[in-house]
Write a protein that binds this ligand. Structure first.
Ligand code: ZN
Length: 150
């Protein structure tokens, strides 16, 4: 990755870690899940509300505390997940996970990942991959809880 692009990506991560889209409580949540990353100390609770009679995510909100990567990733996830179905987010999550396991190699699919491509640089740092994945894993757990009820 060229340095200029890496710098831009770092800026997007910093912006999201400050803006924290989706941070706060969520009434009428269909599911919630708490996830912790002990290696870094990040903690997050992700909650989702579904549109009535469907598996479309009407709202995602989260509360947590942690490093800028974990907080920025939750913020980006909020933007991506809102309005998508659980099944669609399952596919986006698999694409994100593949990128985070790439160790900085490969071409991430920006069509699918949107702003989440900025975390590609993080995939080079094995210790930080869990930071970026934390909120995504929590959303997956929410999805699993809802599926178990159906
Ligand atoms: Zn972290």
């Amino acid at each position: 990755m060229p340095d200029a692009l890496a710098g831009l990506y770092q800026q997007v991560i910093l912006d999201h870690s400050r803006a924290r889209t989706g941070e706060g409580p969520l009434p009428d949540a269909a599911a919630e899940h708490f996830e912790r990353n002990p290696t870094c100390g990040d903690e997050i609770t992700v909650r989702i509300r579904l549109a009535s009679g469907s598996d479309r995510i009407e709202a995602l909100a989260w509360e947590g505390d942690g490093c800028s990567i974990s907080m920025a990733s939750a913020s980006v996830l909020t933007d991506l997940a809102t309005g998508r179905t659980l099944a669609e987010m399952g596919e986006v999550t698999e694409t994100f996970r593949a990128m985070m396991r790439s160790k900085g190699q490969g071409e991430p699919d920006e069509e699918v990942l949107g702003d989440a491509v900025v975390f590609q640089g993080v995939s080079k740092f094995v210790m930080r991959v869990k930071c970026a994945m934390l909120s995504w894993v929590a959303l997956e757990a929410c999805s699993t809880k809802i599926a178990a009820r159906a």
